[in-house]
Design a protein around this ligand. Sequence first.
Ligand SMILES: Cc1cc2nc3c(=O)[nH]c(=O)nc-3n(C[C@H](O)[C@H](O)[C@H](O)COP(=O)(O)O)c2cc1C
Length: 205
Amino acid sequence: MTYLLSLHSSTRQDKSFSNQLLAEFEASFQTQHSITDIRSRFTGDVPHLDFEAQAAGRVPEAKQNSDQKRAFALAQELTQELCNASALVIATPMYNWGPPSSLKAWIDRIVNVRTFYQNSGELADLPVTVIVSSGGLYSAGENTKHDFLRPLLVEVFSRIGVRDLQFINCDPAGPMEYGRIDQFAPESGFSKARGQVAAAASRVR
Ligand SMILES: Cc1cc2nc3c(=O)[nH]c(=O)nc-3n(C[C@H](O)[C@H](O)[C@H](O)COP(=O)(O)O)c2cc1C
């Protein structure tokens, strides 16, 4: 066992519903598995791909020259961190029907020659949990057809060989954000999501 890789994307710090649920997930994971090591990353710190990095990410590692290795270094670091993890949890808001661009920047680093083109198979048994908070209800009902966040993540993770992907849905967050319902009321989107945390955190490889 190594560590829990924990990503967060909301800039709302402790006001963020996804961040609060992430803290509960981490605590539950540590209790259930006695893994104390948590590698935390704020996706806002991941720079978008530049030309050199995206080109290098498509060259087989063994054939990369020194410039390409340098351009690929951050992708390599993030990919290695992902491949070594015991589990991955991502906490993210929905922004404009999709992921925050910073989460997409992380995705654009970890989908690369190693995970996708060479498909190393290293992620086959990695449990991945995604905590999603959105203002409206998008995980069920009429709005599901406008949800481009979950389908994108399903596609990305299946393409790189992940077979165990679960979502924890904190929605609708709007009524809690605007004080129309108490966050801790049993019928709130937050309480619904909270009820799914322990089972999701029980998964480890
Ligand atoms: C830039 C921006 C775009 C947003 N777009 C959507 C959206 O498309 N659909 C939605 O339901 N909520 C949207 N929201 C609301 C957030 O998803 C909601 O506030 C969520 O709770 C934020 O997550 P957090 O509490 O973890 O910060 C948006 C908020 C921001 C700031």
